[in-house]
Design a protein around this ligand. Structure first.
Ligand code: KG4
Length: 338
């Protein structure tokens, strides 16, 4: 009998629902919240309210696009954490209500597992998926981690950021340049036209496989502050070169530790995930690195890099096959590791 999973994602500022049948994606609907743009970051209370408005139409659209009747669902998978508590509460409560109404089991999903497992989402039967064990570079607005994935439910964090995440480095530096939030995609776009060797910013010297991005942010800030003193139009005149140089530095920091982790583990497969894995420079650099080392690279479709329910549905699908259901007394969690 086929297994049909409805995934629900509401951990931050994207309300998303997706349907996966036997590992194949039938629909993935995402409603992004533009309400935060004027504040330069996500406002938690506004995010929860927007989720409340979006969740019913988004789930409805996902079921319709998939051509699936809600009574045919095998289980409802939802993001239980980590994320913003109010936002998570909306998805969790909705999943509980739907599960009770349909008498269908629930599966709770760790958002980070979802990002890691997004490479198992298939659009057609013969789509390639990674073989265990593989290494994932998970880079988002809140995380920068190197994860050894031994199985869908067995992941080991080999290294993580000790301060800012890679996405924060993009966003905070972009803010200094006067770019809108989130700045990562704007830096990406500008970098394509700039000279990446023009400026040099500080790089961290952290032992082991941990990352650090706060020094780079400070070095970027000071470079701009000093330059603007002598030329108030400095940022405007050098936008593309600043963006390209910043992006190159972030990529070098990411790749340096990725290389160390590959050598330490001897893995033959590397995957990337999270919002920053949409960055065109990161994608090319990881693909080139893997080609040079004869390693298989899994670079996600851009629609699976930022928060989406397809990754929640696929993670839920694996748990469903293992009969790892969750009860109605489970509550969301704001923070968790793997
Ligand atoms: O995974 P994600 O959607 O959620 C959070 O962890 O918040 O990641 C969002 C992050 C933001 O920092 C955003 O600037 C970054 O991903 N991002 C990018 C690009 N697209 C999204 N950073 C660099 N280049 C991009 N193209």
């Amino acid at each position: 009998m086929s297994v049909t999973i409805l995934g629900i994602e509401s951990s931050c500022d994207d309300t998303s629902a997706a349907v996966i049948r036997d590992g194949l994606l039938l629909s993935n609907v995402i409603a992004s919240q533009s309400v935060h743009e004027e504040y330069g970051g996500v406002v938690p209370e506004l995010a929860s309210r927007a989720h409340q408005q979006n969740i019913v139409p988004v789930v409805d659209a996902a079921l319709k696009r998939a051509g699936v009747d809600k009574h045919d669902l095998s289980a409802i998978a939802f993001t239980r954490g980590p994320g913003l508590l109010g936002s998570l509460l909306v998805g969790t409560s909705f999943a509980k209500g739907l599960s009770l109404g349909l008498r269908c089991p629930m599966v709770d999903v760790n958002h980070l597992h979802g990002h890691v497992l997004s490479h198992f989402i298939r659009r057609k039967e013969d789509d390639q998926v990674p073989e265990y064990p593989f290494l994932t570079l998970l880079i988002s607005g809140g995380n920068s981690q190197l994860i050894l994935v031994k199985n869908y439910n067995d992941m080991e964090i080999l290294g993580a950021t000790i301060d800012d995440a890679a996405g924060e480095a993009f966003d905070k530096c972009a803010k200094v340049m006067g770019l809108p939030y989130p700045g990562g995609p704007h830096i990406d776009r500008l970098a394509a036209e700039g000279d990446s060797s023009r400026f040099h910013f500080a790089k961290p010297h952290i032992a082991g496989l941990d990352y650090s991005f706060s020094g780079l942010k400070t070095s970027f800030l000071y470079t701009l502050r000093d330059a603007v003193k002598t030329d108030p139009d400095f940022i405007e005149k050098n936008r593309a070169d600043l963006a390209a140089s910043l992006q190159r530095t972030i990529i070098e920091i990411l790749l340096d530790k990725l290389d160390k982790a590959v050598k330490a583990t001897g893995v033959k497969t590397v995957a990337i995930g999270g919002g920053v894995s949409a960055n065109s420079g990161v994608r090319t650099a990881v693909a080139d690195y893997c080609r040079r080392r004869g390693i298989e690279a899994f670079i996600p479709e851009c629609s699976f890099t930022t928060d989406n329910a397809a990754m929640v549905a696929i993670a839920g699908y694996f748990k469903y096959l293992d009969k790892k259901f969750c009860g109605y007394d489970e509550v969301p969690y704001a923070r968790v590791t793997l």
